[in-house]
Design a protein. Sequence first.
Length: 292
Amino acid sequence: MTGTTTTQGTEVPELAAGYRPGRTLPLRVELIRQVKRRRTLVMGAVLALLPFVLVIAFAVGGDPAGRNGQVTLMDTATASGANFAATCLFVSAGFLLVIPVALFCGDTIASEANWSSLRYLLAAPVPRARLLWSKLTVALGLSLGAMVLLPVVALGAGTVAYGWGPLDIPTGGSLPAGTAAQRLLIVIAYVFVSQLVTAGLAFWLSTKTDNPLGAVGGAVFLTIVGNVLDAVTALGDWRDFLPAHWQFAWADMMQERPEWSGMIQGAAVSVAYAVVLFALAFRGFARKDVVS
């Protein structure tokens, strides 16, 4: 800021020459900064190694077999690379993929406050809304990257171990490899949308605390609570309003004729919660007295 001007008795601050609020904290700079952080590299390594751990587990334990005459997606994991990728998503979507989303979104603002650099960013000056949008965009981008990394590595590892072929459907029949790959892309997109609730929780908590572990842990805890509540059948139709109730609706895509109704309802619930949580984060941070 450089001085003020007076308009009808009201002082209006003058912006410094060349200052453009929309050009502060560029996404490229923030992305490079976050990608180089140790927690990002460690999380990427964990997700990339999981498929190889499962390949070794199946090699040691032998081919999976259905129990009680029922065949599940896990039982067809070694049928092809596509089956293996779908299985990796199945075993990780409920909890493992929650971790990177909570980590990347919960570490946004709270980490800056914890490092006592938040007030200096705002004094740069970076507008508060611009700061949140930049942080949130990068965090969601990294979260999507984590969800893409796991099945892509799994597809490659599974193809090497079990061959490239159609996706065997547990209930019978199969999907051509090309169709299976397209379905997996839809599944990844849905898993990302279903995790927006966790992202919203973590981001909102990140604007409320100076402790990044508190924001990350709080988001994970509340997500687990949602999963527990969904298991309480006594809640009946109330479970339809829980995002956790729809987290595996993508399994309907692993059919010869995909069923969209569950995914549409799940996406609507997740987006509704996420919009409210993101709005609360922006509204609260705009009024927050930043001292860290």
